[in-house]
Design a protein. Structure first.
Length: 311
């Protein structure tokens, strides 16, 4: 008798100012498969997003909302990938002539270099980073995330109060990109525009290596959204003269894809393209209800958080 191979369910949670999103996935021989999705609104004033102070005004309401979301999927999670709100994490692409040998010393060095941009003392910063390639000038490029220690500790402690261990913690914009990144060509100059209700990210890659990053605390809800995107692209061009973008990919967690497509095409002569999530990941038939196929794009950062647990 042959028994099916055990499939470990991975759980990702995205925290936004207004809701909690939960995604559960498994990996089978055909790739990733979504087995559960849930979104639960947070009571008003539960969170007050801040880069420099604790965020959770009502821990009881916060915990109950997460429990409800997990309960809708049958519960059972212990380790989770966590997407923090973009607004509470500073993400930047930096260059250094050399890095210390130890990780702790490198984190201190990064905090020291960005100290003038932080609204709190650098010894209160929690730094994580990924070394990238060495540029043409011989400098080592580093992709760094910085969060106030009390902010990330507050989220961790509240999750652990529910017996959930956040093994990987990233800002939502990075987990959203991670969900889509396999579909972005690794040749030429490719850009990825990630859109949230009140936040926008722009990443540009040269031959698959990160060349530029910029995050903006404005999203599609802002009346000047397309002007803001145009300025982000102009900032890239100013920092990288002669390196025109070959193709711009965009992903939106708030919908409005047709309007976005038309607006972005009006901004640039660059080819503009979106993604078909269902060509990237399969979905359990049980998730498709009477209203038809469930949309995956609102859960991209939650799915990306779950995928981060796979290493």
């Amino acid at each position: 008798m042959f028994f099916p191979r055990f499939q470990k369910t991975l759980t990702g949670i995205e925290i936004t100012e207004s809701s909690i999103k939960v995604a559960q996935i498994v990996r089978d021989k055909r790739g990733w498969r979504v087995t559960g999705l849930a979104e639960v609104a947070l009571p008003e004033e539960t969170l007050k997003l801040s880069f420099k102070a604790e965020n959770i005004n009502d821990p009881e309401a916060f915990a109950e909302t997460i429990k409800t979301g997990l309960g809708m999927l049958g519960g059972g999670a212990s380790s989770v990938g966590l997407s923090l709100p973009n607004e509470v994490v500073k993400v930047s692409l930096q260059s250094y002539s050399d890095l210390p040998r130890g990780r702790e010393q490198t984190e201190k060095m990064i905090a020291w270099w960005v100290r003038s941009t932080l609204p709190f003392p650098m010894d209160q910063a929690k730094v994580s980073y990924t070394p990238l390639h060495t540029n043409s000038g011989g400098d080592i490029r580093v992709f760094a995330s910085i969060v106030h220690r009390d902010v990330v500790r507050e989220y961790e402690l509240n999750m652990r109060g529910l017996k959930l261990e956040p093994q990987v913690i990233r800002p939502s914009g990075i987990n959203q990109y991670n969900f889509y990144h396999d579909r972005i060509p690794r040749s030429g100059l490719m850009a990825f525009l990630g859109l949230f209700e009140r936040y926008t990210t722009l990443l540009v890659f040269e031959q698959g290596s990160l060349l530029f990053y910029h995050g903006l605390k404005k999203g599609y809800s802002d009346v000047h959204f397309f002007q803001d995107v145009e300025m982000m692209i102009a900032l890239y061009q100013n920092e990288n003269p002669g390196k025109g973008i070959d193709k711009l990919f965009y992903a939106s967690q708030v919908g409005f894809h047709e309007d976005l497509d038309q607006g972005l095409r009006s901004l640039t002569a660059t080819t503009v393209s979106s993604f078909s999530e269902r060509e990237m990941i399969t979905v359990d038939p049980s998730l498709n209800g009477k209203r038809g196929l469930i949309e995956l794009y609102p859960f991209a950062a939650a799915i990306g958080a779950a995928q981060s647990l796979a290493g």
